[in-house]
Ligand binder design. Structure first.
Ligand code: GCW
Length: 687
């Protein structure tokens, strides 16, 4: 049995196209690095290895000099004399800190590729781009690329625990921790860094936001020496290390009697701690903090605000260039289901809106894309566009907690793209979420993307092989949210499976339709939450109905859904008037979110003329049927895909089908029992 893990889209296959090889060889048969720098050298090695696998050549890396008479790829920083010979001032000015320039130059019939950047991270991103271009058989003679990431922060969050388990992980155990320790072998971590850098990621938080037990001690000399080694691996790939912290660390580690952010002893303790961290990790990114959220301590414990808490840490980090990423996932997780006044959807806004303008410049608020919790569909969190004077990051969940746990195929790029393209109207038309999180709408420095990782130590990193596309897409969208997800998905397929036409066509269809299909047979119309409590897999229509988590649909025999309009819980009042009016109106409300905003009678007619109850039945029957199309599209690729991958995916699709049927039948029966209304089309609904 093969236990060696795959390298996903970096599993380079040999290029067989002689014609193309002959054309590109002159450009790549030598690699020059024009300054001797450890990080640039690593980038050059990365290129060399790529060229070796793709073209079977072994270019020599030459350092420090670039002889005029030679051809090949020249790598270096902008401003270097050699590079300046090839690059105009206009071009140079277009390259931002982490961006890069790649162009081909033909000089006296010599073929040269110039790869230049301002920083080492720009160079490593450029190298991966160049390898990809070569793999996709781009025409080198006319290569001319300048690329800059749009958002400053493109960070992966791991919910990895020190015992090696991963909260909401569906692809094996942690690659960072096991048995309460940091893992000794760094090989897989390096390969992970390579994968991430190739998508444009620049930050990583390796420990769970729920910081418990040994993980509290990660910020101490007990673990910092090993963390500094991990930081160095990531540094080679342009990625900064961040850590999640426990807000009560001064008590747990420091032995203080309080963690009050205004207490001088607490302030000093954090200053000392931060200072020490930077002696081990000079470019440490900063802290990620889940405070006053789901039983984690925070400033509320001491009657202080979240601005007090975040700013205290931010002041400690400021001298070293570090930042505080403060999560907005704050709500009452001990609600009484009898209480119909409290609406969890309103909580983040209620907690944070009053603090707009109160956070220091090196604090960023990390906000889940929707107001609840990563459901299959939610409206955009009204905090986007609601806080104009606060740095913001959007949090996406790459790991499929509520979207099929990497057993179901559920490509998330289409969902994320819709969220990013949402126009908040906060500064008039065109105030898209993507312009808020890339910092451009309000001219803010620290903004960006956080994605909760979907990887573990499984052989294919993500459990479901096709779930690799979600990781790839997160990175690519964070780099450039203006790109079409169709392009991003296509590129992933080409790089992962090669350029067979049928493979491209079928997998693209599967990816682009999978979220819609999953939504159809689970909880359409913005319903959400009908999952089994705890592990969140599989249907359970009232699993969360009488719980303390504030996640109710309140179905009775006549109607379902929560009235969140201005006449109901008032949630819609958190949006700009443009959207408030639309969401308030049952007729105007986007149908896919109908039950998020409205309480709707089962007999209500939707735009299609169907009643709500009939829509529910149709949606579930159709959704479960469409899984057959996914299976069929995949089966058509037999023989065209690596056999191991083919079989693994086939197996998961089979499970998806079974579990989709379970969803269909449980949900349909639930509604049938509530309403007594039969299916117009007379399909089987169990009584
Ligand atoms: O969705 C919930 C998850 C928790 C998670 C929490 C969060 C890390 O069920 O497992 O905790 O969100 O985002 O903090």
């Amino acid at each position: 049995k093969n236990t060696q893990y795959t390298m996903c889209w970096l599993d380079y296959k040999r290029c067989e196209d002689e014609n193309y090889i002959n054309k590109v060889l002159p450009f790549i048969s030598n690699i020059y690095i024009v300054e001797n720098n450890y990080y640039i050298r690593n980038a050059a090695l990365e290129l060399k290895e790529g060229l070796r696998s793709v073209f079977g050549i072994d270019p020599i890396i030459q350092t420090n000099s670039y002889p005029d008479f030679k051809q090949g790829t020249v790598i270096g920083k902008l401003g270097n004399d050699v590079m300046e010979r090839f690059i105009s001032k206009t071009e140079r000015d277009k390259v931002a800190d982490e961006g890069f320039l790649i162009k081909s130059v033909t000089n006296d019939s010599k073929s040269i590729i110039v790869l230049a950047a301002k920083s080492e991270s720009g160079i490593i991103y450029g190298v991966f781009e160049l390898i990809n271009r070569l793999r996709l058989k781009s025409d080198l003679s006319s290569l001319n690329i300048i690329e800059n990431p749009k958002a400053a922060l493109r960070i992966i969050n791991h919910w990895d625990n020190m015992d090696g388990s991963i909260e909401r992980g569906y692809a094996g155990d942690s690659i960072f921790f096991s048995n309460g320790r940091i893992k000794k072998s760094l090989k897989r971590i390096k390969d992970y860094a390579r994968l991430l850098a190739s998508t444009g990621i620049n930050g990583i938080v390796i420990n769970n936001v729920n910081v418990r037990g040994k993980a509290v001690w990660l910020i101490t000399p007990k673990f910092l020496p090993q963390l500094s080694e991990i930081a160095e691996i990531f540094r080679l790939y342009g990625i900064k290390l961040y850590l999640s912290i426990n807000f009560a660390s001064p008590i747990y580690i420091g032995g203080l009697s309080t963690a009050d952010p205004l207490d001088p002893g607490v302030i000093r303790w954090w200053q000392d701690t931060v200072k020490m961290i930077y002696t081990y990790i000079p470019d440490f990114g900063g802290f990620l903090v889940k405070a006053d959220s789901e039983f984690n301590p925070g400033p509320y414990v001491y009657g202080r605000s979240h601005a007090d808490g975040a700013n205290m840490l931010a002041k400690a980090l400021l001298p070293y260039g570090g930042i505080v990423i403060w999560r907005a996932f704050v709500y009452n997780c001990l609600q009484d289901w009898r209480d119909t006044k409290t609406d969890r959807a309103k909580a983040a806004y209620d907690n944070f809106k009053p603090l707009d303008g109160k956070f220091l410049d090196n604090v960023v608020l990390q906000i889940k894309y929707g107001p609840m919790d990563f459901q299959v569909r939610e409206p955009v969190s009204p905090l986007f566009g609601g806080m104009e004077k606060t740095n913001q990051m959007i949090e996406f969940q790459i790991t499929q907690e509520y979207t099929g746990q990497q057993i179901h195929l559920c490509y998330l790029g289409t969902l994320w793209k819709e969220i990013l393209e949402f126009d908040t109207y906060c500064k008039g038309e065109g105030s898209y979420v993507k312009r808020i999180v890339d910092g451009s709408l309000f001219g803010r420095k620290y903004c960006g993307f956080a994605g909760v990782s979907n990887i573990g130590n499984s052989i294919n990193w993500t459990g479901h092989d096709l779930a690799q596309a979600n990781l790839w897409t997160f990175g690519r969208l964070a780099w450039d949210p203006d790109r079409s997800v169709e392009d991003i998905a296509k590129e992933w397929i080409l790089l992962t499976f090669g350029d067979d036409k049928k493979v491209l066509e079928n997998i693209l269809w599967m990816l682009l339709n999978s979220h819609r299909i999953y939504e159809k047979y689970t909880t359409p119309l913005g319903l959400g939450w009908m999952v089994n409590p705890g592990h969140h897999y599989g249907p359970n229509p009232e699993g969360y109905e009488y719980s303390k988590w504030g996640t109710y649909h309140r179905a009775d025999t006549k109607a379902i859904g929560v009235d969140r309009t201005s006449k109901g819980t008032g949630y819609t009042l958190q949006y700009h008037s443009h959207w408030q009016e639309i969401f308030d109106d049952m007729e105007k409300c986007p149908e896919e979110l109908l039950l998020f905003f409205h309480r709707v009678p089962y007999t209500h007619r939707l735009k299609s003329g169907k009643t709500l109850i009939q829509f529910m039945y149709d949606s579930h029957f159709e959704g479960a049927d469409e899984v057959d199309v996914l299976i069929q599209k995949w089966e058509e690729l037999k023989g065209k895909i690596d056999e191991n991958i083919f079989n693994r995916v086939s197996e998961r699709l089979k499970m998806q089908k079974e579990h989709a049927i379970e969803w269909r039948d449980v949900i349909n029966t639930y509604f049938y029992r509530k309403t007594g209304i039969p299916d117009e089309k007379g399909r089987v609904i169990y009584p």
